[in-house]
Design a protein around this ligand. Sequence first.
Ligand code: B12
Length: 208
Amino acid sequence: MSLDDIYHAVLNFEEDEIESLTRQQLDSGTNAKTILDEALIEALDEVGQCFSEGTMFVPEMLMAAETMKLGVEVLRPLLMGEKSDDKGTAVIASVQGDMHDIGKNLVAMMLEGSGFNIIDLGVDVDTDTILVAVHEHGAEFVLLSALLTTTMLAMKKTVLSLKEKAPELKVVVGGAPVNQEFADAIGADGYCDDAPAAVTLMRALVTA
Ligand code: B12
């Protein structure tokens, strides 16, 4: 039993095995973050590589993602940690046209664990829906995720529109194709390349 078994379970879409494998790995003393980074996420990176090479297709990518998510559910309580003091409300969404949600969900989970009230609007979310949620919940922060180079354009439009209509909002962006330079260019207040970094940044924004 090793991280390799979890990695291969994702690659082979072993939905029936993944939860028990993840539990066994935790029981053997491996830290949740290690299982996430070195087995579950690494497997999806390999899936992405296979997709690029034409040896895996969308249905396989989807099955691998569903398998991976079952593993994440086992880790969820450990990744969230003890819920801490209220740090404010944040709306989170994958931008319009983008159906990827695993990274967004991890960011949401860790922020919730660190004390933020998270309003998760899901995937393929347009700006108006975000603005309605911001007003309804009195959110101070919006977090946007984009996994496609094509949806980075929707991210840009959303940030520009949010900044125009609700200038007091702090907007943080992320997702594999996004970087600091892009975040600066579109006027976002912050960018992070992973979920733990998002917690650190959001804590800093609370006190800023
Ligand atoms: C799983 C997957 C899918 C699944 C998604 C299922 C789901 N529920 O999410 C499905 C099958 C639906 C899918 C569909 C498509 N996909 Co896809 N997909 C992937 C894959 C393999 C993994 C993505 C993932 O979840 N990674 C794991 C998570 C944890 O990583 P992450 O999202 O990057 O998140 C981390 C950070 O980026 C950051 N982060 C993420 N969001 C945010 C937000 C904030 C605010 C912050 C601070 C941080 C942050 O923190 C996260 C955790 O640490 C990637 C390949 C890859 N290696 O990324 C391709 C990939 C993203 N997909 C790709 C493509 C092309 C597609 C399709 C267009 C395929 C098609 N022809 O239909 C469609 C598009 C659908 C759409 N409209 O969105 C390309 C994108 C190429 C590009 N640069 O544009 C990739 C890179 C594959 C490839 N190598 O070509 N996909």
